[in-house]
Design a protein around this ligand. Structure first.
Ligand SMILES: *Cc1c(COP(=O)(O)O)cnc(C)c1O
Length: 392
């Protein structure tokens, strides 16, 4: 017999997305000026990375999150790669991060031939735990002339990358404080966090650099894309330079002064991004209302719900339920898929993937407990909320 709680969840979800079958986990909504702006890029012939929408998107984004600089790039992954490179991660370094994340976080570290060290998450935020980082550094950090070294691996600890998981802010002030004590730069993986605040300040602006994603499944999309933000003028200039093949500005000569990347966001993508940013407040309002519905449902049927952490304002990008054990989680996912509701398991822990299995970890008590019990449930902005806005 099917667990009656499963049907309660599916009934709730169907009521949110009455005209969708199957019901996807998260799809974009284009209810603004996307078509108009896209047509403008074609008319102007500025489709590639020189074009006014890129600057406008960057300026609007920087103002929205409260950052001094914003650099638009081709993906969140590319943004993480550049950010880590710019803060000084080099081949053979260690980088502290969390095991519960999308694979891009660990991949970006590995692109620089550095080594992820996976430390535990907090149970409420699902983000990197400042207590776990402090304990690990207390036990393993050795100060040397060129930085802090890891007693376990003999490698330099070159950066720390916390993730604002599912859009819930990590305890970023405490993380930044611990890392500052050891002089370790912080790169915030805020890929999922656009619209999320910690103690009134936007995520991504606490660390040396913050990185956002505009992949098709994120709260705002550009098709594919990312944004790197920083308060630091020198870092911003260096990231911009690295993103445009390290080309030295010159009217007709091609001069490149280091190995750079072709990571600059094209104007067509920025056109979509600008139109999407204009709708972000509506998207956030609907997601908050949807999350309230999930919270009430979860309370009613006695299932865990990943909620806004204390002191934070979450964007509720992706709602998550927490089942009592892995078997129930798997039974729910199987049933939901049979019924056309495309809920998903949380990511397999990075430390359990073949390419990262040998990386150092702490005990990962919370991550190992939570990951196999979490499910992400459909969280797209609801169509009827956009229709109401247009009608009103
Ligand atoms: C989406 C995502 C990324 C990567 O962004 P892309 O734009 O898809 O490259 C990185 N980290 C996290 C946590 C993400 O969710």
């Amino acid at each position: 017999m099917t667990d009656p709680r499963f049907d309660a969840v599916l009934t709730f979800i169907r009521a949110q997305y009455p005209d969708e079958d199957p019901i996807p986990l998260h799809v974009p909504r284009f209810a603004g000026r996307e078509t108009e702006y896209l047509a403008e890029t074609i008319r102007s012939t500025f489709v590639s990375y020189i074009g006014p929408f890129v600057r406008e998107f960057e300026q609007r984004f920087a103002a929205y999150v409260g950052a001094r600089h914003a650099i638009a790039v081709v993906s969140g992954t590319a943004g993480l790669h550049l950010a880590l490179h710019a803060v000084g991660v080099r081949s053979g370094d260690d980088v502290l991060t969390q095991p519960l994340t999308f694979v891009a976080t660990a991949n970006a570290i590995r692109y620089l031939h550095a080594h992820p060290v996976f430390l535990d998450i907090d149970p409420d935020t699902l983000g990197l735990s400042p207590d776990a980082v402090a304990a690990y550094l207390k036990a393993n950090a050795i100060a040397k002339a060129d930085g802090v070294y890891n007693r376990q691996t003999g490698r330099r600890i070159a950066a720390c990358v916390p993730v604002h998981t599912f859009g819930h802010p990590a305890r970023i002030d405490a993380l930044v404080e611990v890392c500052r004590t050891y002089d370790i730069p912080v790169v915030e993986d805020a890929a999922e966090g656009l619209g999320s605040l910690y103690q009134g300040r936007h995520v991504g602006t606490f660390g040396h650099v913050g990185v956002f994603s505009f992949n098709g499944n994120k709260i705002v999309t550009t098709g594919g894309g990312g944004m790197v933000v920083t308060q630091d003028d020198a870092l911003a200039e260096r990231i911009r330079h690295l993103s445009t093949t390290a080309k030295v500005p010159h009217p007709y000569e091609y001069i490149h002064d280091e190995v750079g990347y072709n990571y600059r966001m094209p104007n067509v993508n920025a056109a979509i991004g600008l139109a999407q940013m204009e709708q972000l407040p509506r998207f956030l309002a609907d997601k908050r209302a949807l999350a309230a519905g999930y919270r009430e449902l979860a309370t009613r049927i006695g299932v865990g719900f990943v909620d806004e952490p204390p002191g934070a304002r979450s964007n509720f990008w992706l709602n998550a339920l927490v089942w009592e054990d892995e078997a129930t989680r798997t039974a729910f996912l199987t049933y939901a898929h049979q019924q056309g509701v495309l809920a998903r398991a949380a990511w397999r822990l990075m430390s359990d993937l073949p390419m990262y299995r040998a990386c150092p970890t702490d005990a990962l008590t919370v991550a190992r407990d939570r990951a196999p019990r979490l499910v992400n449930v459909p969280s797209s902005v609801r169509r009827q909320s956009l229709a109401q806005e247009v009608a009103s």
